[in-house]
Design a protein around this ligand. Structure first.
Ligand code: HEC
Length: 330
């Protein structure tokens, strides 16, 4: 694998890696001890999609699967223990999650599959995360096939896969961006596209200098901090609404779909938090319901719904925040 990396001159080494976003996630924690289950029964092999496939494929438990290199696939979250059987049938040895949710490490490890958790945001990722994605992908490919996922497998995992193959010199940024379009990465996610477009092939020394002790679970943000983040996203969406659902001229960094996507994601991840588990039964469901409303708003932005519809949907999201506070907090 190392030999496929092109030589890069010292000058190019000054890494044309432009920071495309700041990091959104808390630092990594040590992975928990892995409970190892009994070996699962033999599973028939499944043929993965080819590197030239013009459309994503659906496999049992896995959506939107697209190849980015030999033995390297991007797609949606493994949805059930059975999805891990599909991964095993594909010969996958490593799964990389770029989603914020805690990965199902146990289902993976019981099938001899390792998890690496490197969450990224909807606006992109910083230089360090890009280096980590490249190093993790290269090392993991030395062990066998690799599957990289976010939640839907359309936007974030596609961008992460595209940046990794570009940084590793397996593909040009243009070709990697063409694969993102196969994955269905919406053009609205300008930060994700910029991250890939600004990626150049790394030299070996830079790659080998990246610490490779990747966690299987990154620590999620604390509950109260996540609430404060939600408030900021809601405020951003209000500013976007006031700019008639465009990026506000005095806040050029705001990407409407990305703010709604982050909102949906944060609420969904909070539903799995320890805090939600300690609360009354309806609490986690209230977070999931609010997440579904934010998801509807994101989908409507991506499908260019009219401003009145978007404003109504934002109102519905905000009302859910208030309802939950009235029921569980105030
Ligand atoms: C399922 C219930 C639930 C939903 C839905 C919910 N919250 Fe909260 N929120 C809470 C609880 C509980 C607290 C109190 C946390 C604490 O202090 O321990 C809180 C606290 C907060 C705080 C105060 C944080 C601080 O500084 O102490 C803000 C701001 C906030 N939420 C914003 C939001 C926004 C914005 C949304 C919707 C996008 C939202 N919340 C949705 C339950 C919810």
């Amino acid at each position: 694998m190392l030999s496929t990396l092109p030589a890069v001159s010292g000058l190019a080494l000054s890494l044309a890696l432009i920071a495309c976003a700041t990091r959104e996630h808390a630092e990594s924690s040590q992975p928990p001890a892995a409970p190892s289950a009994a070996a699962s029964p033999a599973i028939a092999p499944i043929t993965p999609p080819s590197l030239s496939a013009p459309a994503p494929v659906t496999l049992p438990g896995l959506h939107n699967v697209v190849a980015y290199h030999d033995n390297f696939y991007s797609g949606g979250v493994p949805e059930s223990p059975a999805a891990f059987d599909t991964l095993k049938s594909l010969g996958i040895k490593t799964v990389i999650s770029v989603d914020g949710a805690v990965p199902d490490v146990q289902s993976a490890e019981s099938r001899g599959i390792r998890y690496i958790h490197l969450p990224i945001g909807y606006n992109g990722f910083d230089d360090q995360r890009r280096l980590e994605l490249a190093r993790a992908t290269r090392d993991a490919l030395n062990d066998g096939p690799v599957y990289i996922h976010c939640h839907h497998g359309k936007h974030r995992s596609a961008a992460a896969a595209a940046a990794a193959v570009t940084a590793l010199g397996y593909m040009s940024a243009d070709d990697a961006i063409a694969r993102m379009k196969v994955s269905g990465t919406a053009p609205n996610y300008t930060g994700l596209y910029t991250c890939v477009a600004s990626t150049t092939a790394l030299d070996l020394a830079t790659l080998n200098a990246v610490p490779a002790d990747f966690p299987s679970v990154s620590k999620p943000a604390d509950f109260v901090q996540a609430m404060i983040d939600l408030d900021e996203m809601l405020d951003h969406l209000t500013q976007i609404k006031n700019a008639n659902w465009k990026t506000p001229s005095d806040h050029p960094d705001l990407v409407p779909a990305a703010e709604a996507g982050r909102l949906a994601d944060t609420l969904r991840i909070l539903a799995e938090s320890n805090r939600a588990k300690r609360e009354k039964p309806g609490f986690a469901q209230a977070l999931l319901d609010d997440s579904a409303k934010a998801q509807r708003l994101e989908d409507s932005i991506l499908s260019s719904a009219d401003a009145a519809t978007l404003s109504d949907q934002l109102k519905v999201v905000a009302a859910s925040c208030k309802d939950c506070h009235a029921t569980y907090r105030d």
